[in-house]
Design a protein around this ligand. Structure first.
Ligand code: DAT
Ligand code: MG
Length: 140
């Protein structure tokens, strides 16, 4: 497995609930390296590109609105197989369904239909990771 980089976001619910440190702790405890960490206020422009694959879906507008509701912690994590590895740490998209032991399973809340409040984002492929890192960290 090759060394990779992935883009992780602690979403506004995670920052608001004071879980940024706990989430960074889990990334580091797994053995991944933090290559960049920055508190950012997302913009509609960045989010439109970040979530381009979801444009037109019914949850797109509420998702973007939620991502603008407070600061996010943008993180670049590095390590062997970190792209799939972080998604494994994060757990299933729906925090209600996410397995215990995962970030969403242990820390996510049952928000009913508000699946978007699932604490973290992680890139889903090498292509997405490179694109998303360039989007959130243009100077990296
Ligand atoms: P993931 O974050 O696990 O990669 P995704 O890329 O399919 O999931 O979706 C991006 C985000 O959009 C996800 O974190 C939460 C939100 N979302 C996805 N499916 C949803 C749905 N059916 N209803 C509401 N929000 C949804
Ligand atoms: Mg995704």
């Amino acid at each position: 497995v090759t060394v990779e980089r992935t883009l992780v976001l602690v979403k506004p619910d995670g920052v608001r609930r004071g879980l940024s440190g706990e989430i960074l702790r889990r990334i580091e405890a797994k053995g991944y390296t933090l290559a960049a960490v920055e508190l950012q206020h997302a913009t509609t422009e960045v989010l439109a590109q970040h979530y381009a694959e979801h444009e037109g879906k019914p949850f797109y507008a509420p998702l973007v609105e939620f991502m603008l509701s407070g600061p996010v912690l943008a993180v670049v994590a590095e390590g062997q197989g970190v792209i799939a590895g972080f998604r494994s740490l994060a757990g299933a998209t729906d925090p209600t369904a996410a397995a215990p032991g995962t970030i969403r399973g242990d820390l996510g809340r049952d928000w009913g239909l508000k699946v978007q409040q699932n604490l973290v984002h992680g890139s889903d492929s090498t292509e997405s990771a490179e694109r998303e890192i360039g989007l959130w960290f243009p100077n990296l």
